[in-house]
Design a protein around this ligand. Sequence first.
Ligand code: GDP
Ligand code: ZN
Length: 468
Amino acid sequence: MVQTIFSDTIVALSTPPGAGALAVVRLSGPAAVAIMAAVFSKKSLAQAAGHTLHYGNLRDPASGEIIDEVVVALYRGPRSFTREDVVEISCHGSDYVVRQVLALLLRHGARLAEAGEFTKRAFLNGAMDLAQAEAVADLIAADSALSHKVALNQLRGGFSQELRDLRARLVQFAALLELELDFGEEDVEFADRTGLARLLAEVRGVVLGLLRSFELGNVIKNGITAVIAGRPNAGKSTLLNALLREERAIVSAIPGTTRDFIEDEVSIDGLRFRFVDTAGLRDNPADEVEAIGVQRTRQRVRQAAMLLYLFDLSEIAPAEVQAEMQELTSGLDLPVLAVGNKTDLASAKTIQAFEQAFSAGQVPLLLLAAGQNQGLEALQMALVAQVRGSALENTASATIVTNVRHARALETAAAHLAAVQTGLDTGRGTELLAADLRHALAALGEITGEISSEDLLTSIFTQFCIGK
Ligand code: GDP
Ligand code: ZN
C-alpha cells in the first residue's frame, strides 16, 4: 500500500522557461485536483477519474477574468509520477501566461516547488528508488543515443535490481554472523566460513565489474576528450573542422577555455567526443609566447582521455613522428592514434615507409587528407573502437555505472568486502567480520536509498532544476 506523506500541494513550470507553443504547469499533492477545480471552467473536474484529459478555461474566480484556454491532464494517486494526485496544465507558452497561471494557483493554496521536489516526492512515496530518481536527471540531460539508453535502463530499475540481489545474498550471511555474536563468548559458528568466502569473492567480483563499467559510464555521460596535437601546419584545425562539419547540425559550440584552444563536441556512433585543437608544437619555440603555448598543450594532453597525433606526411619522417609522440605522452597511460595527413601530397613510397614503420608498434596509424575530406570515416571508426576497446571489454555486466556517487559507494563496498575476505583468511574474530560486512551492506544500500540521510537527499535533489 502506498502512503503519501505530504500535506502540501506543490506547483511549478515543468517545461523550459521562455516562449513556446505550449507550456506545462504541474501540480502535485493532496489538494491538486481541488485547487485546479477552483480555477477551472468545468467544476465537474473535482469528481473526474484519473488518467483523463479536460479542455476548458482557466479563470480567476475573484475577478472572473479568463487567463487562458487550457488542457488539463488529471492523474489520481497512486497512479502518477509522484504517487500523489497530479494535475498537468498545458497552457500557451508565453512567460506572461505562465506567470499568471502560477500566481493564480499559488493564491489558491499551492506552494512553489523546490528544485527536484517532484522527483523527490516520487522517491519518498516509494515510486522509485534513489538510483532511479537520479536516472530521471540523467535522462533529461542525455544528449547522445548511448547516454539515453543507459539512463533509461537505470530508470527502469535494472541497476537497482542488481544491487538488491547483491545485498540479499550478503544479508543472509550477515544475519548468521550477528547470531554468532549474540551467543557471546561461546565458540559457535553458524556461518559456514568456506561458503562465506566463496560468496564474498563472487559479490566482490560483481562490485568490481560494476566499478570498471564506470570508466565507460563516465565516457558516455561526459564525453571523451581527445586532444589533436602536432606541428604547426600539420592540419589540426582543418581536421577539427572536417570532423565537426559532418555533425554540425547537432553540435553545440563550446568556446575554448583559452584562446590557444578551440574545442567542440561531436557525437560519433552514439559516443560523445570533445575534440581540442591545440597550438602547434615545436621543438625550440622561437619566442616566449609560443613556449607557453607548447606548455599548455602538454598540460592539455595530460588531462585528455585520448591523443590524436597529427603530422604532415610530406614534411616529417616516421622516426621523428614516433619520437615526438613518445615525448608528448611519456609517463602517461593514454591511448594514442597517429594520424598522417595530406595523403594527396605524399608519394606512394612515403606512405609505404610509414605503414612499415608503424606495422609492428602499438599505436594505430591512420592516413587521411583532412583538407579533401578523405579518410575521415576510418578515423571515426578508429576513435570509437579505441574507446569501446579499452572500456567496454572490461564491462562484463550489462549495467553501466554513470554516477560518481554510485561509483564511490561501490568503491567503499569493495574495500569492506576485501577486508572481510582478509579477515576470513587470517581467522579474524566474528565481531570484526560482521562490522565490515555491515559497512559493505550500508554502502550498497546508499546507492538505492535503502539507507539514506536527509543531507544526501538534499544534495541529490537540489541538483535538479525546478519543475522536475
Ligand atoms: P594547423 O596549424 O595544424 O592547424 O594546420 P591547418 O589546419 O591550419 O592547415 C595548414 C595548411 O595545410 C592549410 O593551408 C591547409 O589548407 C592545409 N591542409 C590541411 N589538410 C590538408 C590536406 O589534406 N591536403 C593538403 N594538400 N593540404 C592540407
Ligand atoms: Zn591550427
